[in-house]
Ligand binder design. Structure first.
Ligand code: GLV
Ligand code: MG
Length: 414
């Protein structure tokens, strides 16, 4: 067992297959015996792995293993994992609160201190579209200085590098990753194919090894072109560094030639003209032109353990419009939204945090289901509505988010 843990610590991504009977207990002869051995083994190994700072990930269906008496495949890793509902398990990216992601042009140094004191969960210093070509080199120098000198508190820090189609990109990556130990993430714009991320991973990996960097850089990508959206599933599986995908409505509209004028806003003509009602009228219902693209991004992210993040809402004076866009995104499963102006940070944090009533209800669902399990029931009634095992999963999502928010005590650096 000790050897196994040492091996797992050295190779955190590896899956181990162990016939449970071998080396631990006498060989089972029936599926029932096998099942008991699996359960005992899971319990012991989970405890040992936890003590060693590892997480053990098990396939959900023990029944499958014990019926076929197949070796139990499990994964021990240093990052967070969950079991998927199929036999395929989903590794979760490094957990990180990302309700609000503040965009700060790296060319405007006057904004840095204010951004550092804001309540944003993530800040990205922008070297890409908010910076004019003549300012690119200075912006990069500013970003390096800011990453090293400003007190960012417990925020996650990201830099949006220039696109892979520009000659700025390689220097952005090399200089930023070599010189900024505080950096958490790189945001890659206009990702079109999985190989874009693969190339970045290769470069970052080399720099990390050469410079013996302690903190491993995570990657976030922007899906904001027709090409990127068409390849979104492949991109979602392109690198183990990948943590999140943002939807960039501005460039997406440009790439697909959608008819919208405000970034992330609506098109007054996009909607349906309903059939005639009893009064003989035909009401027009405005639609959400982003829905289809956003839905694909959420599914690709959740299928591969990434966080889907909704991108910018350009009209920063329209807080109602921002809130409505954020609520639609949250309803679809997005985990946060960009803020292109400080006034959007609190709005995003509010929308993407579960409210006290939601948390309270989640706790009651978990308690009701624990009671149901003791009584051997799979589903029960709570407040006149059915709750079942799927409800526990939803409730646990809410509680995990509430716990992460409560754990983030420092908003402003002291
Ligand atoms: C973000 O980069 C966008 O294009 O909307
Ligand atoms: Mg863009």
């Amino acid at each position: 067992m000790k050897d196994l843990i040492t091996l797992a610590q050295a190779q955190p991504e590896r899956t181990f297959s162990v016939p449970p009977a071998i080396g631990f207990v006498p060989a089972p002869t029936t599926p029932e015996e096998y099942d008991k051995i699996l359960r005992d083994q899971i319990e012991t190994l989970s405890k040992v792995a936890k003590d060693a700072g590892l997480r053990a990930q098990w396939p959900l269906s023990l029944a499958h293993h014990s019926c076929t008496m197949r070796p139990l495949r499990y994964k021990l890793c240093t990052h967070h994992c969950v079991c998927a509902m199929s036999f395929t398990t989903i590794d979760q990216a490094t957990p990180r609160l990302q309700r609000s992601e503040l965009a700060v042009p790296a060319s405007t140094t006057a904004l840095f201190e204010k951004a550092a004191r804001s309540a944003a969960d993530v800040i990205f210093l922008d070297l890409e579209d908010a910076v004019a070509p003549d300012d690119k080199e200075q912006a990069r120098r500013n970003a390096i200085a800011a990453l090293n000198e400003v007190n960012w508190g417990d925020k996650s820090l990201s830099v949006r590098i220039n696109g892979l189609d520009t000659h700025y990109m390689y220097r952005d990556v090399i200089e930023i990753v070599e010189n900024c130990p505080r950096l958490d993430l790189l945001l890659i714009p206009k990702v079109g194919v999985a190989a874009d991320v693969y190339a970045l991973d290769m470069l970052v990996t080399q720099i990390e090894h050469a410079k013996r960097r302690d903190k491993r850089i995570g990657l976030e990508v922007l899906i904001e072109t027709a090409l990127g959206l068409s390849n979104v599933e492949a991109i979602a599986q392109s690198s183990r560094r990948l943590e999140a995908m943002s939807f960039g409505a501005g460039d997406f509209a440009a790439s697909t030639r959608m008819r919208t004028t405000v970034i992330g806003g609506l098109d007054p003509h996009f909607g349906v003209l309903a059939d005639r009602n009893a009064a003989g009228e035909r009401p027009f219902y405005q639609g959400d032109p982003w829905h289809a693209a956003q839905g694909r991004i959420v599914a690709a992210c959740r299928a591969h353990g990434l966080r889907p993040i909704d991108g910018p809402y350009g009209d920063f004076r329209d807080s109602d419009g921002f809130r409505a866009a954020a609520r639609r995104a949250a309803g679809l499963g997005f985990e946060g939204k960009w803020a292109i102006h400080p006034s959007q940070i609190d709005l995003a944090n509010q929308v993407f945090s579960p409210g006290p009533e939601e948390v309270e209800r989640a706790r009651r669902i978990v308690a009701a289901m624990a009671q149901a399990a003791r009584e051997g029931l799979g589903a029960v009634q709570l407040d006149g509505r059915l709750v079942d095992i799927a409800s526990i999963r939803m409730a646990r999502n809410v509680l995990a988010k509430a716990e992460a928010i409560a754990g983030r005590t420092l908003h402003a650096p002291s």
